[in-house]
Ligand binder design. Structure first.
Ligand code: ATP
Ligand code: MG
Length: 196
């Protein structure tokens, strides 16, 4: 039997319940054996702001996924220098897990829209099946999605973003129940997002 592996890339700055619900739902719908969360590499300015250190984002991802036996975290992107490209992530996953693994790349509706502009689309679709998840505030029904390699699925809607979590921490507003308890505590312990 081929192993069915989900791959969920993200900045995870911080990881929140929207990420976790999407991964859990896709794992259920596609009978995945495992979902591997892959935090993006550093250095990497996202929308003009400095991303938190890779080790903090990696540890938060580990903390948030530790209790789920089917969730794991990979360091491949944070250990590779330079900007993260999904093609590199998937090539490395293919190398690590061998030809017997069947890869499913999980993205939200917003990130999926960018697939259209990815240059190596053909190779991407050979490496993995792409699964686009609904995300409140974003439209999944974008025209022009390449046929075949992409599945669109509806996941329970959680209108949570990392951007909003960071803004709330900066404003002194609670992020309890938007992120796992351990992530609230880690953010406080490390003083993340207090001076943006
Ligand atoms: P930021 O606001 O910093 O961009 P984010 O909340 O979008 O953070 P990312 O780390 O950028 O989180 O997202 C990683 C992946 O998770 C992307 O594919 C994104 O579309 C998806 N995702 C994020 N939040 C949700 C959500 N609430 N529901 C479904 N998918 C989500
Ligand atoms: Mg995002």
């Amino acid at each position: 039997m081929r192993r069915r592996l989900g791959v969920m890339g993200g900045t995870f700055d911080p990881i929140h319940h929207g990420h976790l619900v999407a991964a859990s739902e896709v794992a259920h719908l596609f009978a995945l054996d495992e979902v591997i969360f892959v935090p993006t590499g550093q250095p990497w300015m996202k929308e003009g702001r400095k991303t938190s250190p890779a080790e903090d984002r990696y540890l938060m991802t580990v903390i948030a996924t530790a209790s789920n036996p089917r969730f794991s975290v990979s360091r491949v992107d944070i250990d590779r220098p330079g900007k993260t490209y999904t093609i590199d992530t998937l090539r490395e996953m293919r190398e690590i897990h061998g030809p017997d693994a069947e890869l499913f790349f999980i993205t939200g509706a917003d990130a999926l829209a960018e697939i259209l502009s990815w240059r190596d689309a053909d190779e991407l679709f050979n490496l993995a099946h792409f699964i686009g998840c609904t995300r409140p505030g974003h439209n999944l029904a974008d025209p022009g999605l390449p046929g075949g390699g992409v599945s669109l699925v509806e996941v329970p809607a959680l209108a949570i973003s990392s951007t909003e979590c960071r803004e709330r921490v900066l404003a002194g507003e609670p992020v309890w129940y938007l992120v796992p308890d351990g992530i609230v505590q880690y953010i406080n312990k490390r003083g993340l997002y207090r001076d943006d």
